[in-house]
Design a protein around this ligand. Sequence first.
Ligand code: SF4
Length: 359
Amino acid sequence: MEVSLIYDLSLSELASLLVAWGEPAYRARQIWRGLYRNFWKTPEEFTNLPASLRKKLTESLLFNNLVPVTTLRSSDGETLKTLFRLQDGKAVETVLMKYDPSVAVHQAHRDHPGQGRRTVCISTQVGCAMGCVFCATGQMGFKRHLSSGEIVAQVMYFARQLLAQGEVITNVVVMGMGEPFHNYENTMSAIDRLNDRGGYNFGARRITISTVGLVPAIRRFAAEKRQVNLAISLHAANDELRDSMLPINKSYTIDELLAACRDFIAITGRRITFEWALVNGVNDTPEQAQLLARKLKGMLCHVNAIPLNPTDGYSGQATTRKHAEEFKEVLSRFGIPCTVRLRRGMDIHAGCGQLVSEY
Ligand code: SF4
């Protein structure tokens, strides 16, 4: 029988469990703080609890279900990618990106962001059902959803690692393996747990969820009026091209997707980021840039363009610097803010799913 993961429990579920064991409910807060403030990862570390309760916790709950198998470090030392084995033997990847690594990023940065960011990119599924052609995770197909606790535990792992260096995570991006809106409930429960003021207390505004465009889920997300940022993997400005790159487009056209985005902005007042993997000669052309600019006209948005991370299962190649700059230039002319990001961690296969594919 599989033992429950402690990170799968909400505070009230933990309190109910303790009461059922005949323990006072206040023990739940002690455990909660141990998990989410001190990042303790074994029951033995909870020396503020009676030995009998520590023993019961050891027997009844799993504290550490992510076994790090490999960690790769990019040659510039700024990106770390860890492959974790889960309890059932499946594997996921989580990435830590250090921006301005020479700046010590401690607690104050979380509340008053300045120079230096420590961003963790987490996974929500093993594999992915969306089948985006350029993506290593999409190429491996869908295996299973991660539980909310398995999502939270990835953040806790890196929070612990950074704490050892006196640093903190400043941003969480839900852009690793999987489509978070396909695993909506578990993803939102995980975010609620990270937000919890009595626990990790990580601000929703420092979290970004990226979706390939599940329109009903975008509408649901908008209605919930969370403070979490939304990013859309767009990658093409006309349906014919997007159909060929992202199969989800056959279910929800670009116009339907952008209508949901406009409604999201109207409801939440939040800016949307559009992600664009620049593929040489495919979607990095002036025509695509102009079409995109027209589609996004008047929207509170930003385009994040990044040269494609090539994968074995897709013949497309990364754009050139020249094409990337021209792409940005066209958008700028139309007043659409655009950033062309550096490819981080290319030498460690930082594109999602690439390390698991090898594993
Ligand atoms: S890009 Fe995202 S949504 Fe598409 S297949 Fe990869 S993991 Fe899934």
